[in-house]
Design a protein around this ligand. Structure first.
Ligand code: B4P
Length: 190
């Protein structure tokens, strides 16, 4: 099994790169953001609850995220592995992931952090707002999401650095250039 954590600020290209990685390595895409947006679109109880947090640029509570991740794990027990896209975002989530993987005799191969300067991120997300109209892609909410990311980033990176899984990658360039950088790093772990 290959398990990859994709980390980085909002708009750093996690979702974009995850789509390419699942094809190349035949993995399951576990994007907590996508699952939450799907719950919102279906008007579920979780979706109603999550919407308030997401629209404010806040993180959804850890317990809700953990329950979603466990469900997805159970649905894909026999897969070739997972791309964890946008998860974990807190130390509590990171400890939870390590615990659940260890329980299943599995491990994280690599934790990739996509580094992109703030101005570039804001530009990308404002452009996405024009195309997709996501309610959390407004200037003030983007700023809030970046601030929350920065508050968590040192601790999460440190967590994976201590496990010797942390690999920072330059997230500026064409999608294909960045993909190649990520593949080189992943291939070195398998
Ligand atoms: P996410 O869905 O994870 O949203 P994101 O961080 O904005 O997405 P991403 O970085 O994947 O953007 P993308 O690649 O697609 O989370 C949304 C919200 O859900 C969070 O704010 C939070 O409230 C909640 N949530 C999710 N997970 C959670 C968790 N674990 N715990 C608690 N709460 C959670 O790229 C963005 C844009 O850039 C795209 O338009 C793309 O086309 C463009 N782009 C990509 N690569 C590019 C490149 N190389 N050059 C130029 N543009 C590029």
């Amino acid at each position: 099994m290959i398990n990859i954590v994709l980390f980085g600020p909002p708009g750093s290209g996690k979702g974009t790169q995850a789509k390419k990685l699942i094809e190349k390595y035949n993995l399951i895409h576990l994007s907590t953001g996508d699952i939450l947006r799907n719950e919102i679109a279906h008007g579920t109880v979780l979706g109603e609850k999550a919407k308030a947090f997401i629209d404010a640029g806040e993180l959804v509570p850890d317990d809700d995220i953990k329950a979603m991740v466990l469900k997805k794990f159970d649905e894909h027990k026999d897969s070739n592995g997972f791309i964890f896209d946008g998860f974990p975002r807190t130390c509590d989530q990171a400890r939870f992931l390590r615990h659940e993987l260890t329980d299943r005799d599995l491990r994280i191969n690599i934790m990739i952090t996509l580094n992109v300067p703030k101005e570039e991120i804001i530009g990308r997300l404002l452009k996405r707002a024009e195309i997709e109209g996501r309610p959390d892609d407004t200037k003030s909410i983007i700023e809030k999401r970046i601030e929350i990311y920065q508050n968590q980033a040192v601790a999460i990176s440190g967590f994976y650095e201590r496990m010797q899984k942390y690999v920072p990658i330059d997230g500026v360039g064409t999608v294909d250039e960045i993909f190649q950088r990520i593949c080189n790093a992943v291939d070195a772990t398998i």
